[in-house]
Design a binder for this molecule. Structure first.
Ligand SMILES: [Fe+2]
Length: 327
């Protein structure tokens, strides 16, 4: 084993397939041509490497996001905003009952750097974990090159709003060509008629045109911010590569096309609901569920997040409800 002191990532020399093996606490990670193999003191698990890399990409890019990022029904992370739990079987009723589950807590920089190093080493040339499977190469086989530019892609995070001078720029043909599925989306921009003296203080942009140029899927970007209120729209195609466990309510506004959602109990994985959202539908995902989406056509989804740091504790302690509305 070799340990890099600067970021404390613990990795081996390449294995027979050309990939490094990584370890963090009691967990080890190994990949071969088709699978990611994870071990922990009480068990082991195998995932298809394409799903593993797509989930890992999002965990890294979102810096562990809100709440729980389940890679599947067994392995994942829980964000404590400064530290991160890495778990196996913790939110799986059968693993819990068999006492095979395992959780370890890490300082965020350590797990972040380990995940970044694993993502970069395990992603081959030609495979982009953020892209729709219809728009990228295959992740399988022995190690062949890398795709560092794709896996370190900067996530859009506006400080006020996309298009405001000095903030995240609008997308153009040069930087973001219109996606094949959104060729019919109008590209006109709003006409701004500001009162004299206010010309520099009024901004607007065409969100549909902006989203039609997204080159990634299942990646909520922050396009506007009003204190803790974040508009995080995203374009979706195929399957959400993680099962997201909420630690707060999330509002969904389906802007185009259709997404099928599987909604489960966050802690046990028991099925709770199937939700089919069509263009114009609005849903509030409760703060105690986990969910995975299926998008048959590339669709536009507005995720509305409340980033208030006190929310997880308020909900966990019962002082705030898990759903925003009682019927
Ligand atoms: Fe979510």
């Amino acid at each position: 084993m070799t340990t890099t002191e600067a970021n404390e990532v613990t990795a081996t020399e390449p294995n027979a397939e050309g990939y490094k093996q990584f370890s963090l606490g009691g967990f080890t990670f190994r990949r071969d041509e088709f699978f990611a193999h994870i071990t922990w003191p009480t068990g082991s698990h195998v995932l298809s490497v394409d799903n593993f890399l797509r989930a890992l990409q999002r965990d890294v890019a979102w810096d562990f996001f809100y709440g729980t990022v389940n890679f599947d029904g067994v392995f994942g992370t829980v964000n404590h905003y400064g530290t991160v739990d890495m778990f196996a079987g913790r939110y799986n009723d059968a693993y819990r009952k068999a006492e095979l589950d395992h959780v370890e807590n890490f300082e965020t920089p350590l797990i972040r750097e380990t995940f970044k190093a694993m993502l970069d080493d395990w992603t081959n040339d030609g495979f982009d974990p953020f892209a729709s499977p219809a728009e990228t190469g295959k992740p399988f086989g022995e190690k062949q090159g890398s795709n560092t530019a794709a896996v370190t892609r900067r996530r859009v995070v506006a400080s006020r709003m996309v298009g405001v001078p000095g903030d995240e720029p609008l997308r153009t043909d040069e930087t973001h060509p219109i996606n094949r599925m959104f060729a019919d989306v109008a590209q006109d921009e709003p006409v701004i008629e500001a009162e004299p003296g206010f010309e520099g203080e009024v901004c607007a942009f065409n969100l549909f045109a902006y989203l039609s140029r997204s080159d990634v899927t299942w990646n909520p970007s922050v396009v506007s911010v009003c204190e803790a209120s974040l508009y995080c729209p995203t374009t979706e195609e195929y399957i959400l590569p993680v099962i997201h466990g909420n630690d707060r309510v999330e509002w969904f506004v389906q802007l185009s096309d259709t997404i099928h959602w599987e909604v489960e109990d966050r802690d046990t994985g028991a099925a709770r609901a199937k939700v089919v959202m069509k263009a114009g539908d609005v849903a509030a995902m409760p703060g105690d569920i986990r969910h995975r989406g299926f998008s048959p056509k590339r669709s536009m989804l507005l995720v509305w997040e409340n980033a208030s740091p006190e929310l997880p504790e308020l909900i966990a302690s019962g002082r705030a409800p898990t759903a925003p509305i009682d019927f």
